[in-house]
Ligand binder design. Sequence first.
Ligand code: G4P
Length: 530
Amino acid sequence: MSFLKEIEKRRTFGIISHPDAGKTTLTEKLLLFGGAIQEAGAVKSNKIKKGATSDFMEIERQRGISVATSVLAFIYKDKKINILDTPGHKDFAEDTFRTLTAVDSVIVVIDVAKGVEEQTEKLVEVCRMRNIPMIVFINKLDREGKDAFDLLDEVEQKLGLTVTPLSFPIGMGYDFKGIYNIWEKNINLFSGDSRKDIEDLIAFDDINSPELDKIVGNKAAEQLRENLELVYEVYPQFDREAYLNGQLQPVFFGSALNNFGVRELLDCFIDIAPSPRPKQSEERLVIPSENKFSGFVFKIHANMDPKHRDRLAFIKIVSGTFERNKPYLHVRHNKNLKFSSPNAFFAEKKEIVDISYAGDIVGLHDTGNFKIGDTLTEGEVLNFKGIPSFSPEHFRYINNADPMKSKQLEKGIDQLMDEGVAQLFTLELNGRKVIGTVGALQYEVIQYRLEHEYGAKCSYENFPVYKACWVEEPANPKDPEYLDFLRVKQKFLAKDKQGQLVFLADSPFSIEMNKQKYPNVKLHFTSEFN
Ligand code: G4P
């Protein structure tokens, strides 16, 4: 098959949701359709279980699973589907943000009873900012939940989306009868007896046909007609261009657990979801169909075996093909590297492959060459954009608790930060190191891994910071206002790992005061602002 056809076949996406909305269940059902797994229960949840006896064990368990489920790939109707796993736990939100830089579209799962939840809001905001095409799946229709129109309103308001339903439920909870598929114009009935089997699809070009009354009963048929009339009146018609530009989000209803509405979602997904999309680099826009390879690291996973400190770097191929044993330029190091055993992912296995195409993910064994955001090319100097750091929520000084092991500590901190476990800030005034994280759990992860993988011990000390603000250097670095800011705020200034200047504000008030006193000093809540 030609190179262009291979790329066109690829659908690389992520499923995002608040924990418990049904992401794992939906993933599993999609894999079943692809024939990638034979039975339910094969996909392990990578959730941090509440009340686990030992947090460390739980973290290890989670890490072990997440390497297996980082990329789940399968073929469905001649399309190569790559699902990138996104941790749902909020303490790992930054991991999810980074994975979202490697997807070409997303499916957002929402619990019909709980509606839009906090984590969904945060993740969708990131997708919206990047105009990532999104499909919404409203799950758990077999349970009592919110009214479908109320939910659509909630999705529009809380998530700032413009939705258009492509399916619509007939009843809900105990009275759930099935789903009318607006996209394919047919009805899928939910079996009343076992409530598990899927009956044949019934085509309904004309929703007014008396057949409908016979099948779902007069009341439900009338209700459906009324609902659909409202749908057609209120919501815009589906428009693929608008969806691809992130301006319109189609909505499906179903029950992942009962495998209901999932096939409809998948069939529509492979029709409308984008094949690999172009990506902006600092130098130029890179198009997937270019012959020359380029790609970037969006995730690094440390090996589970502490004796071998090698890691797996996950590369999203942006353009061309990645070939085994071919030398590629590591742009940041300006060095050629060859990879003899690149891993491709299939279902839950990884295997060595000779060639992978734009849109695919390859896993490369790494002994410390890579950090998140690194670019590989066939020689051209490219730096892909769009892997910003966000301000952490928690900040603590990190201290060396074993003076004999300071080298190990330094190396450990360095590598864990390259993996993106947390962010490191070095204070300008005294060189003290501050670790910033999204959740408190990361401090335990870091302490545990430093000890078990690097033989180093650390302790923490509170450092009250409200937010890290990246400071934009003015056109004239000798600007008196900027110099005054640097002098007065010296105590609160630090460098991040890239050497960018950061103002560690202790309160919203101090950010506000800063704006008033130094109107020309621009502060940003993410590290990427150019
Ligand atoms: P997550 O990955 O988004 O965190 O959610 P997950 O799929 O693990 O699902 C969370 C819970 O919701 C699971 O139950 C799952 O069985 C249930 N669930 C998922 N889809 C549906 C659905 O369509 N209908 C109903 N009624 N339930 C659904 P659990 O009891 O927490 O876990 P388990 O012990 O069953 O695995």
